[in-house]
Design a protein around this ligand. Structure first.
Ligand code: NZQ
Ligand code: ZN
Length: 389
């Protein structure tokens, strides 16, 4: 375990079938003006919208609605949300939806009273917040991003073809999050498995870095095993509460900052995935699944020891009589077979990426240096090409 760090996570979580019962108590901590942020209608279909608005009314709150937050929320939508929040002197932003809705709520929370263009300040210049922050609460309906207990907020700017995540400090984390696994039963299969892979990718991005003995790696191996076990059940029976509730809990711990402690962390799968997202608006988890196997095959020789450990400890590969390379390759093969079993996208052509886009995608990829290999522009193109075969 190396490095100096501080660990603090101020988000209060309410978990389980009855967790919505805690909303009214939480609301008593805030003023009257509530901005209700949600997506394109799934919460109306499921009946959650009616339940939440009834609680808000019973608590005597004024509701200001901000619907139609799209998957991969845009900067234009952010400007609209800031206007609503400012005009109505909002006391709490209540995000009801998936990662996009939660991320967007955080972006509005830090941007409403920002005196500069928030895209330039937070997403291009990556500056900290130095203005009033509107508190955010979440009711989560889609599992994967970990946005319910972190400071991440990813915004897409289609005109400049950039999708950028700002990881804000714990002053921007949701003040509370309500996690009822039953609310996730209605997610369409494509979104559900995409979320499962997003969780796996978050863990692997942190796992595949460094070479010291680190407790975080042991925690991550446990999370991965639990995810593989439960996702295989959930893909066959999406209403298996035990599996879905475990997955919801794993997703939160995969990206609530704990397992990153003591680690340098990689994040290149996400950086390439976000650049693909900026070009195609594809579902986040699928951008990650399509490039993960080509990426990991490419960097494996640079982190061979860890890939061997991954194969043995996570995929139960028997090391007997095999070279380290054979063991590591077998681990990646197990991962690839598991991904196919879930029905994940394995090729960027299926996300509408064309050969003409590759150079632009590589240009739009932020190159991180915490993993086993710092990629060049040409190496990113090579990985993208491998995913088009
Ligand atoms: O808009 P509605 O109608 O609600 O439909 C949504 C949306 O179409 C639907 N959905 C959500 N819950 C549902 C449901 N449909 C039926 N029943 C339910 N219970 O699912 C679709 C996708 O929702 P979205 O919120 O976009 O998915 P996700 O949670 O995967 O969020 C993706 C966004 O989060 C960012 C991604 O880049 C992307 O913009 N990320 C945020 C991170 C963070 N905050 O730390 C980290 C991640 O790596 C990721 O980058
Ligand atoms: Zn992700």
């Amino acid at each position: 375990m190396l490095g100096n760090f501080c660990y603090s996570n101020p988000t209060k979580l309410y978990f389980g079938k009855d967790s919505l019962e805690n909303l009214s108590n939480e609301l008593s901590n805030y003023g009257k003006n509530i901005m209700l942020v949600y997506g394109s209608g799934s919460i109306k279909k499921s009946g959650l919208y009616d339940k939440v608005t009834e609680i808000l009314k019973k608590c005597g709150k004024n509701i200001f609605e901000d619907p139609n937050v799209m998957p991969n929320p845009t900067v234009e939508k952010l400007y609209e949300g800031c206007k609503i929040a400012k005009e109505n002197n909002i006391d709490l932003i209540l995000a009801v939806g998936g990662g996009s809705v939660c991320d967007y709520a955080k972006a509005v929370s830090v941007s409403t009273y920002c005196t500069e263009d928030p895209w330039d300040k937070y997403y291009l210049r990556m500056e900290d917040v130095d203005n009033k922050i509107i508190p955010v609460g979440c009711i989560l309906t889609m599992v994967g991003t970990g946005s319910e207990m972190n400071g991440g907020s990813v915004i897409t700017n289609h005109s400049s073809k950039l999708k950028i995540g700002h990881v804000f400090g714990d002053n921007v984390f949701p003040k509370f999050s309500i996690l009822n696994p039953e609310l996730t039963f209605t997610i369409p299969k494509y979104q559900m498995v995409s979320g499962f892979f997003d969780i796996m990718s978050h863990i692997l991005e942190q796992y595949f870095s460094d070479s010291d003995d680190c407790t975080s790696d042991y925690i991550m191996e446990g999370l991965l095993k639990s995810l593989i076990h439960s996702s295989k059940i959930a893909v066959v029976n999406p209403e298996d509460y035990e599996a879905r509730s475990n997955i919801m809990w794993i997703a939160t711990w995969a990206l609530n900052t704990l397992v990153a402690k003591g680690k340098s962390t990689d994040w290149m799968v996400h950086m390439i995935g976000q650049a693909i997202g900026a070009y195609t608006d594809a579902t986040h988890g699928m951008t990650l699944s399509a490039i993960s196997i080509p990426y990991y095959r490419y960097i494996m020789p640079y982190g061979l020891k860890k890939f061997k450990r991954y194969a043995i400890n996570v995929w139960n590969v028997s090391p007997n009589g095999k070279t380290d390379e054979e063991i590591a390759n077998e681990g990646l093969l197990c991962m690839e077979n598991y991904m196919k079993e879930l029905g994940l996208v394995m090729n960027i052509k299926d996300l509408n990426v064309t050969p003409e886009m590759l150079s632009g995608i590589a240009d739009a990829t932020f190159i991180m240096t915490g993993g086993y290999k710092t990629l060049t522009h040409e190496e990113i193109i090579h990985i993208l090409e491998e995913s088009m075969r």
